[in-house]
Every structure is written in structure tokens, then in C-alpha cells.
Design a protein around this ligand. Structure first.
Ligand SMILES: [Zn+2]
Ligand SMILES: [Zn+2]
Length: 138
């Protein structure tokens, strides 16, 4: 195993630089498992439904990022994989807030491969009518 070229802090900076659906990022949340506190996940996404689910590698808990689509059959979604062959990632969600900063208008999901350290952009989408409670659902 080679030594990763980036850190979790690099992922946070990367997420901040990416923007979301054309908006600047106001807040970045590093994903952490509510069950065990783990920060390594598999990521499955359904681009058509604008939804992404993270699967904790520490406890097998699953979480749909920012309360997207509820039902999430494994065989209908894409599993994120790195070019190095790993599918274990740190994840960070960048949020673009509304002008009064009391709503979320867009978000972007970014990743860091824990094997090789490669930073990646998964997807971004507009969020209609969402409050800032969404920040706690990264
Ligand atoms: Zn966990
Ligand atoms: Zn990798």
C-alpha cells in the first residue's frame, strides 16, 4: 500500500474549491458515521435521482446524504471506485447557502480515496426548499 498523497484537511479544502451547481461553497461538512464515528465509506449514487448513499466501512451503517431518495436498491446504483482499485473513501459535502444563509440551495459530494489519496468530485445538485438542518445530514 502506498502512502496517501493527501490528508482529510486537503479534502475539505478541495470541497470548498469545487462549488456546487455553479454556486460558491459556504460550508463544508466531513462525513462521519452517526453509529460509530467512522470516516471511511463506500459511496453509491443514483445520478438520475440526485441521490448518494454512503456505507460505513466500520459498522455497515448506511446513510443517504442530505436526505435524498429513501429507497436505494444496490443493483440500480453506481458504486464509486478509484482508479487504484479501492472503493474506500473519506467524503465531504460542500453546501452553497442562500443569500440570507438560512437555506441550502445546492450541494456537492466530494471524495478522497483512503488508499492513494486521490481527490474526486462525485456530483452536485440543486436542493429545493431546504433549511440549514441539511448541514447536519451530510
Ligand atoms: Zn459506522
Ligand atoms: Zn485510490
Amino acid at each position: 500500500m502506498m502512502s496517501p498523497m493527501t490528508s482529510i484537511e486537503d479534502l475539505i479544502g478541495y470541497a470548498r474549491e469545487q462549488g456546487a451547481a455553479g454556486y460558491d461553497i459556504d460550508e463544508v461538512r466531513l462525513c462521519a458515521c452517526a453509529g460509530c464515528g467512522g470516516r471511511v465509506f463506500g459511496l453509491r449514487g443514483d445520478l438520475a435521482r440526485r441521490a448518494a448513499r454512503r456505507d460505513c466501512r466500520g459498522c455497515a451503517g448506511t446513510h443517504v446524504i442530505a436526505a435524498g431518495a429513501g429507497h436505494f436498491p444496490d443493483d440500480e446504483v453506481t458504486l464509486l471506485g478509484c482508479d487504484c482499485g479501492s472503493d474506500d473513501f473519506n467524503l465531504a459535502v460542500g453546501f452553497a447557502l442562500g443569500e440570507r444563509r438560512d437555506t441550502v440551495r445546492a450541494l456537492a459530494v466530494t471524495s478522497r480515496c483512503v488508499e492513494c489519496g486521490r481527490l474526486g468530485f462525485w456530483d452536485d445538485w440543486l436542493v429545493p426548499d431546504a433549511g440549514t438542518a441539511l448541514l447536519d445530514l451530510a
